[in-house]
Design a protein around this ligand. Sequence first.
Ligand code: FAD
Length: 306
Amino acid sequence: PFDVLIVGGGPAGAAAAVYAARKGIRTGVASERFGGQVLDTLGIENFISIKETEGPKFAHALEEHVRDYDVDIMNLQRAKALVPGKDLIEVQLESGASLKSKSIIISTGARWRNINVPGEHEFKNKGVAYCPHCDGPLFKGKRVAVIGGGNSGVEAAIDLAGIVGHVTLIEFDTALRADAVLQRKLKSLKNVDVFTNAQTTEITGDQKVNGLVYKDCATGELKKVELEGVFIQIGLVPNTDWLKGVVELTKHGEIVVDARGQTSVPGVFAAGDVTTVPFKQIIIAAGDGAKAALGAFDHLIRTSAP
Ligand code: FAD
C-alpha cells in the first residue's frame, strides 16, 4: 500500500506529490490527465517567477518535476469510488483496479460549465474565456461580454470594467442573482450595460470572436452585440461525483476542508479547485497541494506504527 495516494494530477496533485515524496514516504499519483486544466490553457502569465509560459509546457514541467522523485505515476486512471477503512483507505478505479493507501489526497479539480452554443467551442482561447483573473488583461481597452448574472458573473463584470473598454453583462433570468452590494457596484459603472431576460444563442467570429447574438426573451427578437471577447461565468463544477455520500461536500459539490486540507474523513485530505478554497488559480492550487501533503504527513506520523 501507499503512504500517500494522490488522486488527480493537476497543479495541486503535482505539488502534493513532490512534497510527499520529499518526506521519503511511498507516494503514488493516479490521474486521468496529468496536467489537468493547465493542458487547456493557452498562455499563463500569473505564476510568479515564470513571466510567461504556455499551458501544455507548464503541464509537462509539472510532470517532469514529479518524475524527478520516486513517485508511482499512474496516468489515464479515473477513480470511481473512495472506500474509507480503519488502517487503509481504498480508491477503486474505473479500470477495475483498486489502490490502497494510509492517506489520500484528492485533487480532482473542477471544470467550467459550458454554455453549449455555436461558437463557444470553436473560439475557445480565441476570444472565448472563462477566467477573468487569467485572461482579463488580454482584452485591455476592448469590448467584452460576461454571460451569467450570479455572483461570479457580476464580480467578473466589475473586475473587467476596470481593464477593458466596455462590458455587456448578459443574464438569462429576468433578474441578476448576485448579492445586492455587487449589483449596486455594477450599476455605478459607466462602461457596463446589463441585459436580463436575454438568452445567448451564438458566439460569432471569423478567426477570432467578433460578436454575440442573444434573444430578447420578452419579444423573441434576436439582437447582435459587436465585441472582441466573451467570458462565460455560469458556474465551476467540482469533479466530486464519485465522492457523494462519502466525503462532506458543500451544496455546490466542493469538498469541505480545514486549514490543513483535512476532509470529513480521517486520513483523507483534499487540495485545489475541488475544495472550498476560494479563488481557483494555478498558484493557489499548487500551494494548497503542498499544504495537504504536509497535513497528510503530519497525520501519518501521529497514526502509523513506526
Ligand atoms: P485541475 O487542474 O482541474 O486537475 C485535476 C486533475 O484531476 C487532472 O489531472 C484530472 O485529469 C484529474 N481528475 C479529475 N477527475 C478524476 C477522477 N475521477 N479520477 C482521477 N483523476 C481525475 N489559472 C491561473 O492561475 N492562470 C491562468 O492563466 C489560468 N488559465 C486558465 C485557462 C483555462 C482555459 C482554464 C480551464 C483554467 C485556467 N486557470 C488558470 C485555472 C487553473 O488551471 C486551475 O485553477 C488549476 O489547474 C487547478 O488545479 P487543480 O490541480 O486543483 O485541478
